[in-house]
Structure formats: structure tokens, C-alpha cells
Design a protein around this ligand. Structure first.
Ligand code: ASP
Ligand code: MG
Length: 481
């Protein structure tokens, strides 16, 4: 019988050092006994940040500081290499490969330092080196454990557009490449170890899918090769009902729908890259979130329907590093197209709008973007509305960085009366002031904006209100894999 195909993605902390990589090898080895396995890896933890830091230093002309950072990376990888790989031939080959990749980093940083300009394309080339370093290391470690493997760079597999830093995949072309490059390996029971985070344009120019994008790599590849399931191995026990650092009573949700998980990811629950599930919805491939450090824990299974039975509210999430932008003034009532112009402006600077709210008096449109996008967005808006500001048709374009969004998520909130009422009464009791509210018509998410210092209190209050710390009687845990 044909073996089931599992894509296993290991995040940065899962390949954080030699002992973590050794755990990964155990997990893959065990699974490979009765499954075909495709491994996708992130960079070792902290590596991507260091690479970006090196590139940024180089841009500022600090060539020596960039070199120091690259040296630190050499050390980190050498330590792991020496601990994991005992075969002298493999060690020599791998050591040479690491050196080659770090030389590439040095060349890119030197070039950047020389012209004092860091283009998105160069930044992608530098930041992708972490995965290009980790994949051969993990592949070699697996080989030492007796698993047949081959490291593959995703530039050979994932075809993307040319939008550096947030490239989008071209699924059909990716599928063709995977059939040619990966299928034969899988048929020979060789485990491909693919670099996460990376793709390339049809012309072969390297791109990245965005920070944290290795999750997305896993689902893109899983869909392209028609995997039976995808397991995202990380450092938490799946999707929790809230961030346990903010709500200690938070617990793992055994099963959740694509839509719920996507809402959570989008609103800052750091377990998944927000785009991850897009790739698998059509093919209904289940995605598991599991803990590398507790491999016996079944984690969370993400499916089309989710568990279906639970109470309306499934989980809460919150994001702090966001800013509220308001475009307003009494004059905007008579001004046609303010909404259209506002959001074509946000689109033109590629700012991701997380929440929109407009008062019915139409005096004010407010919306939320990531704080990193805020300044750019406000500048673009001031330019777009320069005439209107001068003539006082638009009175103000303001920015408030001291806010947080809290999202209450659950597919079955739809049609369940009183969810919003209970949420806001609970907040009222705790005297949390609500700055703005949005409920999408999908009704799987009620989001509200509070001052950032009220975020934890708001989360705790709503978590308690819906007893999210207790498993619903109807909710059965899916079978462990
Ligand atoms: N290494 C990349 C990052 O840190 C991608 C990933 O880990 O998913 O953003
Ligand atoms: Mg990640």
C-alpha cells in the first residue's frame, strides 16, 4: 500500500541547537517508518534576526559590525555541526558549505556597506541564508541517524512573484517543479529537507515569503505535492485558547477550523504565519500544530470544519504592536470617496489593514495597521489628502500607537445570540474602555480596540466570561497521531 505523505515543518526553536536537531531527527525517523516524509526547516533560532541586523549595519556603513554578526553565525553553526556530525567526510563537506554561504553573506554585506543601500532584493538574499544553512545541517544529521535524505533549496521548488519580502507563490508552476524534483525522491523513500521561507521568481531570483514564512512554505509544498497532512512542529502544545503569558488558565484547543485558526493567526497568535492556511483550504489537507519538546502531546488539529460542537467562542488573541489611524473631521461627510482614497492609499504602501471602523455620522474613519507600517501610511495619507487638509475638508489624520486589538474568535459565534453582549458586559465590569469595535459579517470574529495597558485585563475578563479554561463536554480530542 502507498504510504501516506506527511510534510513536517520544524520552526527555529525546534532546530535551535544540536540537541534540538537531535530531537527532530528522532521525530522524523520514527514517522518515516510508516510515512513518506517531506521536511521543511526554518533557520536556527535567532539566525534570521542576526542576518537582517548584519544587513542593516552594513547599510549604515558599519562593515565591521556586520562582520562580527556573521562570525557569531559561523560559531553557532560550527558548534551544532561538531556536536551532530561525526563522519569526517560529511563534516568536511558541510563545513565547507557553511563557509561558502557565510562568504556569500559577507559579500552581500560588503556590497551594501559600499553603496550604503539595502534593496529589498539584497535583504532577501541575506535573510534567506539562515534556512540555506540549516537545511543541509538537518539533512546531514538525519543521515547520521540512518534516514536517507537530501537537502533541497526551495528556490528550485517554490515559484513566486517578484515582491521581495512578501512574495506570493504561483501554485501551478510550483506543483510542476515539485513533481519533477521531489516526487522521485519520495518514491525512493528519501526524505527531502527543504529550506522554508524561500522561493524564487520564474527567472530564478531568490525571494522570501515574509518573516515567519516557513509555515507558509510547508503548506505551499504540502498542497503542491498533495500531502495527506502537514505537521507544524513548534515550541508550544498547539493552538491555545489565549496567550498563556497573558492568561495563565489558557489551554490547548484539540481541534479548530481553518477559518478560526486563520483569524487567530491574523490577529497575532504567533503560532502560525497568517497566510499559512490559504494554501491548503481547497484541498482540505489537515494541519497539525505540535510541540517538538513534547512529541507525545497531540497538539491541535486544524481542519475545514473544526470540532463543530463547541460553544461560540473558541479562543482569544491580541496584538499590541499596532497603531490606530484616524482620518476625520466634520467636513468629510460631504467629501466623496474618502473611504476609497484612504484604502487605495493603504494599498499603495502595502500596509496591511487589520481592522476598520467608521462611525455612522461619518465624521471619522479609523483603522488599524501594524506599527511598522504606521508612519509610512500616515505620510502617504497626508500626501493623498493634502488639498483637503489645506481646505479643512479633512480636519485631521492622527496616529495613536498606544492601543491593542483583542479578537474573540469562534466559528460558531455565527447565529449565537448574545456573544457580543456578554463580551462587552464582561469588559464593562472590569472597567475596560473600548475605543473601537468591529465584527466581520462572517461572525467568526468580534474585535475591539483598547488602550494597550488594558489588554491583559480585557483578555482575562473575556476568557473567564466564556469559561475557555474548561473543555466543553461535547468536545472530544482528535486521535493522536
Ligand atoms: N527564518 C524566517 C524568520 O525568522 C522564517 C521562519 O522561521 O519561518 O522569519
Ligand atoms: Mg515561525
Amino acid at each position: 500500500m502507498k504510504k501516506q505523505l506527511q510534510v513536517m515543518k520544524f520552526g527555529g526553536t525546534s532546530v535551535g541547537d544540536a540537541s534540538c536537531i537531535a530531537r527532530v531527527c528522532e521525530i522524523v525517523k520514527e514517522a518515516s517508518r510508516d510515512h513518506s516524509i517531506l521536511v521543511v526547516v526554518s533557520a536556527m533560532s535567532g539566525v534570521t534576526n542576526r542576518l537582517i541586523e548584519a544587513a542593516t549595519r552594513a547599510e549604515a556603513g558599519e562593515r565591521d559590525n556586520a562582520a562580527l554578526l556573521i562570525d557569531a553565525l559561523r560559531k553557532q553553526h560550527d558548534v551544532a555541526l561538531n556536536a551532530l556530525i561525526h563522519d569526517p567526510e560529511t563534516r568536511k563537506r558541510l563545513s565547507a558549505r557553511i563557509e561558502e554561504l557565510l562568504k556569500e553573506a559577507t559579500r552581500l554585506c560588503d556590497g551594501t556597506a559600499l553603496i550604503r543601500e539595502l534593496t529589498p532584493r539584497t535583504l532577501d538574499s541575506v535573510s534567506s541564508l539562515g534556512e540555506r544553512l540549516s537545511a543541509p545541517l538537518v539533512a546531514a544529521a538525519l543521515k547520521e541517524c540512518g534516514v536517507e535524505t537530501e537537502a533541497v533549496e526551495a528556490t528550485e521548488l517554490i515559484v513566486t512573484d517578484g515582491y521581495h519580502g512578501a512574495a506570493e507563490p504561483a501554485i501551478e508552476r510550483t506543483r510542476e517543479r515539485c513533481e519533477v524534483r521531489l516526487r522521485p525522491l519520495l518514491q525512493k523513500e528519501i526524505v527531502p529537507v527543504v529550506t522554508g521561507f524561500i522561493g524564487a521568481t520564474p527567472e530564478g531570483v531568490l525571494t522570501t515569503l515574509g518573516r515567519g514564512g516557513s509555515d507558509y512554505s510547508a503548506t505551499i509544498l504540502g498542497a503542491a505535492i498533495s500531502a495527506d497532512e502537514i505537521i507544524i512542529w513548534t515550541d508550544v502544545n498547539g493552538v491555545l485558547s489565549a496567550d498563556p503569558r497573558l492568561v495563565p488558565e489558557a489551554r490547548t484547543i484539540p481541534e479548530i477550523s481553518y477559518r478560526e485558526a486563520a483569524e487567530l493567526a491574523y490577529f497575532g497568535a504567533k503560532v502560525l504565519h497568517p497566510k499559512t492556511l490559504r494554501a491548503v483550504i481547497a484541498a482540505e489537507i489537515p494541519v497539525w500544530i505540535r510541540n517538538t519538546f513534547e512529541p507525545r502531546n497531540p497538539g491541535t488539529k486544524i481542519t475545514l470544519k473544526g470540532s463543530g460542537f463547541t460553544l461560540g467562542v473558541k479562543a482569544l488573541t491580541a496584538i499590541k504592536d499596532v497603531s490606530l489611524i484616524a482620518v476625520g473631521g466634520p467636513g468629510i461627510v460631504g467629501l466623496p470617496d474618502v473611504v476609497g482614497r484612504t484604502f487605495s492609499t493603504t494599498a499603495s504602501v502595502r500596509a496591511n489593514v487589520l481592522l476598520i471602523s467608521q462611525s455612522s455620522s461619518q465624521n471619522d474613519i479609523c483603522f488599524i495597521v501594524a506599527s511598522t507600517d504606521a508612519k509610512r501610511t500616515v505620510e502617504a495619507l497626508r500626501q493623498q489628502f493634502a488639498q483637503d487638509l489645506a481646505h479643512h475638508k479633512v480636519e485631521h489624520i492622527t496616529l495613536d500607537p498606544n492601543i491593542a486589538i483583542v479578537a474573540v474568535v469562534g466559528e460558531n459565534m455565527r447565529g449565537t445570540v448574545g456573544m457580543a453582549g456578554r463580551t462587552f458586559s464582561a469588559l464593562g465590569r472590569e472597567e475596560v474602555n473600548i475605543i473601537a469595535i468591529a465584527q466581520g459579517s462572517s461572525e467568526s470574529n468580534i474585535s475591539f480596540v483598547v488602550a494597550s495597558q488594558h489588554m491583559s485585563k480585557a483578555l482575562a475578563a473575556v476568557h473567564r466570561e466564556f469559561s475557555l479554561d474548561m473543555r466543553n463536554a461535547n468536545e472530544s480530542a482528535p486521535a493522536a497521531k
